[in-house]
Design a protein around this ligand. Sequence first.
Ligand code: PMP
Length: 379
Amino acid sequence: MVYLDYAATTPILPEVREAMRLAEERFFANASALHTPGHLAMNEVERCRETLAEMIGAEPSEIIFTSGSTEGNNTIMRTFEGYMIETSPLEHHSILMAAAEYGGTKTPKLYSYMLANNETGDIIDLHKITEVAQQQSADENSEIFLAKDDFGRDLVAVRKGGYIHSDLTQALGKIPINVNKLGLDYATFSAHKIGGPVGVGALYVRKGVPFRALLLGGNQEQKRRGGTYNTVGICGFRAALETIKKQNSTKIYNTKVRKLRDTLAQQILARIPGSSLNTDLGKGKALPNILNVSFRAAEGESIQLYLDAEGVIVSTGSACAAGDTKPSHVLMAKTGDAEVAHSSIRFSFGLDSTMDDVKAVMKVLPGIVERLQKISTIS
Ligand code: PMP
């Protein structure tokens, strides 16, 4: 199998599997319990908290464990229930739906912009947004339009006292992240995008900013997230963080993985008529591991199924929207063209992807697209 759907979920790293196996044996006790096995389990939870905090430039007390990014995003949106929530149409549905549910009219406002998009890999210049916001925040009453996004729209207007959240689910491990340099008040992470297990993630919540627990119950996470600790999952999360740190993952993504992505893009453009890129290959424009391509007069879902039959695993739009026949909301927002959105495929690479994966795609993809284009009624 040629697996090129890392942006949906990554295979579990061997180091993670081993860490979780050990944790199942040794750290099964309830981490909140006051007995020795409980303390040992809690010790592992705290080690992961420190590892993540160090990696993103936060304090350990600013990290809250969650079940993943859907929970993390919902928690922050709900914290601002009744307040203005500003997002971009490119956000993940866990932001868009929660913002629609909870957003209101009161200020201060919450701004939520992902650093890197899960469908196209597009990177938004959060640095610029927050820097300008901080510089100009002296003028309390002025609404400040700070930057244009890649599509020429006004990206963010930050008013003094506004809070900034970013969904960093796809960015973690791919590009360097420092929550202070990015000027963030909140950030969302998920373990299964970096070689860890599904069902565990974390929130960064800057000291002193508003926070409202989504899950009420126990006193876990200083009453910020009730529920028995998923110690085994958290140990897996830590092993994934340690592994990508040791491997210097951001560098590998920026060199080896970028080359794979660029090679695939060039070969597709050269060999497949009607293909066009939805990902900007320029440095700093998009994550180096995601390539979104549209194939004129060929349906994305059909391409995906034919590729699957050949053992090549990719996705159309985002996995969360699979089974949904509507075109990708991200590509619709970006291009405004339903055909481009309907005919798109996302290839997403991981640290262990190879040039053989690219070759395997190119062996079958041109024929598949050609066959579909021939039977298409769209000219
Ligand atoms: N945000 C983004 C940008 C994502 O890519 C995903 C995963 N598709 C999520 C949120 C949801 O994450 P999780 O699966 O951990 O709930």
